[in-house]
Design a protein around this ligand. Structure first.
Ligand SMILES: [Zn+2]
Ligand SMILES: [Zn+2]
Length: 372
């Protein structure tokens, strides 16, 4: 939408003072206000345009921006006078979600129940197999004395006498731009549109009362850290026919130091001695729930990855498990006895290497008595 020059709209020169702009705006707003021109579409358009122009020129930053760039990209988002030039009635719609003084929200008496949120800690085993958890939560549950109606003896809510069920009251005020109709939430019913005439003594008219409640939650296999389960209808009960809220369980999968997870794939490290890596061997690795025999082929290099099929985690909605990827960590011994040193030196010699001296252990270590 092309923005009209706000100076032109208000009919003021570019070097006008803030006061001059304000008085021009007041004069025009009074003239074109919809209450003064009922049913006049063009007056309403004009009124909106005036509001929009004033929102630019009354704001020093926006005015400066317009002076420099000939436009203010901010004005369409302005909550009070949008780019469309919202009038005062639109303003109330924005705040209260209905027409000013309107009756969109009074159809139903009573109240929906709120949601409850909890957190559940899970292990990788839980993720692998799925798990059931029984949790105890404090829920607002229907009051048995009034059957959730809120009134003594089960009397239901009645339409508020002050606002006749709309939840809003309107006032006509005289303002500097003329007579204006404004709306505000009804204070008698706090905007609900209904009241409880004779509140139930047990629940004080709330229709619900807190109660410890046990809920069995089934967590499917394959969930991820940060997933949220929705358990419909297990939140707080509503009152007077309102629907219950939901229970939301936020899942936190505890980190298992031995594994890194990437979706259904698990990564872990498996140790092999130098001899096992060189000669080949079968080593045992404890998976998430079951042991695995891992075949380490002769000549395995450090960092080699060995995949164990179907030893990872299942997908969320069932299916084949992912893989477990083991990275071989060749362990270099940190302590050697004399025999081991001797054998390794012989090994080096027959391999055609210069025999390593064994700086801090073995020969020199023996000479200087450093051995433990
Ligand atoms: Zn009650
Ligand atoms: Zn009311």
């Amino acid at each position: 939408m092309a923005q009209r020059d706000p100076y032109e709209v208000l009919g003021v020169p570019r070097d006008s003072s803030a006061d001059e702009i304000k008085s021009a705006y007041r004069r025009l707003a009074r003239k074109y206000h919809p209450d003064v021109n009922p049913g006049d579409q063009s007056a309403e358009e004009k009124f909106k345009e005036i509001g929009s122009a004033y929102s630019v020129l009354s704001d020093a930053d926006k005015r400066a921006k317009f002076d420099r760039f000939g436009t203010t990209e901010d004005s369409p988002q302005d909550p009070f006078f949008g780019g469309q030039g919202a009038g005062f009635n639109d303003l109330f719609e924005m705040f209260f979600g209905g027409a000013a003084g309107g009756g969109r929200r009074q159809q139903r008496m009573g109240r929906d129940g709120g949601d409850i949120e909890i957190q559940l800690d899970l292990s990788l085993q839980d993720v692998l197999n799925g798990v059931q958890r029984e949790v105890t939560i404090e829920r607002l549950t229907e009051c048995d004395a009034c059957g959730g109606k809120g009134g003594e003896g089960g009397a239901p809510p009645v339409a508020c006498q002050t606002c006749h069920g709309s939840g809003m009251v309107s006032q006509v005020r005289d303002t500097f731009i003329g007579r204006m109709q404004t709306s505000a939430p009804c204070t008698t019913c706090r905007g609900q549109g209904w009241t409880i005439k004779d509140p139930c003594k047990k629940c004080a008219g709330q229709g619900v009362a807190p109660e410890q409640s046990r809920v069995l939650i089934t967590i499917p296999a394959g969930v991820e850290n940060g997933n949220t389960l929705q358990i419909p209808g297990q939140g707080h009960d509503g009152m007077a026919g309102g629907s219950p809220g939901n229970l939301y369980a936020h899942l936190r999968v505890k980190r298992d130091k031995r594994f890194e997870r990437d979706g259904q794939t698990l990564y872990a490290a498996v140790d092999a001695t130098f001899a096992q890596a060189a000669l080949g061997h079968s080593v045992s690795f404890e998976g998430v729930v079951e042991p695995h025999e891992v075949e380490i082929p002769a000549g395995t290099q450090p960092g080699t990855q060995i995949a164990i099929k179907n030893a990872g985690l299942p997908p969320l909605h069932g299916g084949r498990r992912g893989d477990l990827i083991l990275q071989v960590n060749v362990v270099v011994p940190t302590k050697l006895n004399d025999t081991q040193v001797k054998l390794l030196q012989e090994f080096a010699e027959v391999s055609g290497e210069d025999a390593p001296k064994g700086e801090s252990r073995g020969l020199l270590g023996g000479l200087f008595g450093k051995k433990k």
